[in-house]
Write a protein that binds this ligand. Structure first.
Ligand code: MG
Length: 308
């Protein structure tokens, strides 16, 4: 019997929502560091002073909420529905920090171009290998945590509507696998181990993200996050291979501590909203809601209306 028939859909939705809350608080936390002088950001980090509320989330949260809504309605990734929802949300709020390539793709989908054509035509037909598929993938992994074959397929489907390049899809698959590991394996983890990364590598297609993630295995978790990011990337290129390896390493380093995970993620600069979104979406699956401080959750702008 397929295990997916055993777990009630409401339980899957609860896990996806937990991941989305961790993701959106992380996204909004990271984003709030973009417009402060570096010295202020450094002092906030050193003293663990959170930014003043409200924290506004970005495209990472908007798109991940659409993914969760899609799963709640359809029980799987319905790509036509998801692409339309992405385009609708983009048209409604175009200033949520979408990257230039995403803006073009979502605009063209909104104008009626089939998503397959819009996603495939960018970068001279190679498609995007950006980190946008990865940033919204953890809820997919949370939902399908008990069926890895389905997880890989659905994570890929969730990414390809905007990320036609295989490595853009690999980033999404990697984050979804990491989410499944957090749901199912965290309790068995040795303290501060790379087990989650080993698990992801065992199931991930061997594109550029795989190779960079393999490098992450060699970096001790005691290493400073800034040193690790100088080797793995900090998302400043906004591509999957430059973003996902550090995020997974950071999630391993702080698998039981949501706030320290985000302080480490934001401290390496780069794509701070997305790095914190990915790390937050994963670590919260281990810590549960107890891991997110009440004042952090309250600082994030409201999310619930997006899911109805
Ligand atoms: Mg963003």
């Amino acid at each position: 019997m397929n295990a997916s028939t055993v777990i009630p859909e409401q339980d899957r939705l609860n896990l996806a929502m937990l991941s989305l809350d961790g993701l959106s608080v992380g996204d909004a936390f990271g984003q709030s560091f973009f417009f402060v002088p570096p010295a202020v950001a450094d002092s906030r980090q050193a003293e663990r002073h959170i930014p003043p509320p409200p924290w506004f989330y970005t495209d990472d949260t908007v798109m991940a909420a659409a993914v969760v809504k899609c799963l709640g309605r359809h029980g799987k990734i319905d790509q036509d529905w998801l692409a339309d929802e992405f385009a609708r949300e983009y048209r409604r709020e175009p200033d949520r920090g979408y990257g230039g390539t995403a803006r073009g793709i979502l605009h063209r989908i909104g104008e009626g171009m089939p998503w397959k054509d819009a996603a495939a035509e960018v970068f001279d037909g190679e498609g995007s290998c950006g980190n946008g598929g990865a940033m919204r993938a953890a809820p997919v992994g949370a939902w399908f945590h008990d069926d890895l074959k389905e997880l890989v397929e659905q994570a890929k489907r969730s990414a390809v509507v905007t990320h036609f390049h295989p490595d853009g899809q690999a980033g999404a698959i990697a984050v979804a696998l990491a989410a499944a590991w957090m749901v199912t394996q965290l309790d068995n983890q040795r303290p501060r181990s790379h087990c989650m990364i080993e698990f992801v590598l065992a199931h991930l297609p061997q594109t550029e993200t795989w190779w960079r993630l393999k490098k992450a295995l060699t970096l001790p978790l005691e290493m400073s996050p800034r040193t690790a990011a100088s080797i793995l990337g900090n998302g400043s290129q906004v591509i999957s291979s430059d973003t996902v390896p550090f995020c997974l390493w950071c999630a391993c380093r702080h698998a039981d501590d949501y706030t320290e995970a985000l302080w480490s993620a934001v401290g390496v600069q780069g794509d701070m909203d997305t790095n914190c979104a990915i790390v937050g979406s994963l670590v919260t699956l281990g810590t549960g809601y107890e891991g997110i401080p009440a004042d952090w959750l309250a600082a994030r702008e409201p999310l619930q209306s997006r899911l109805s």
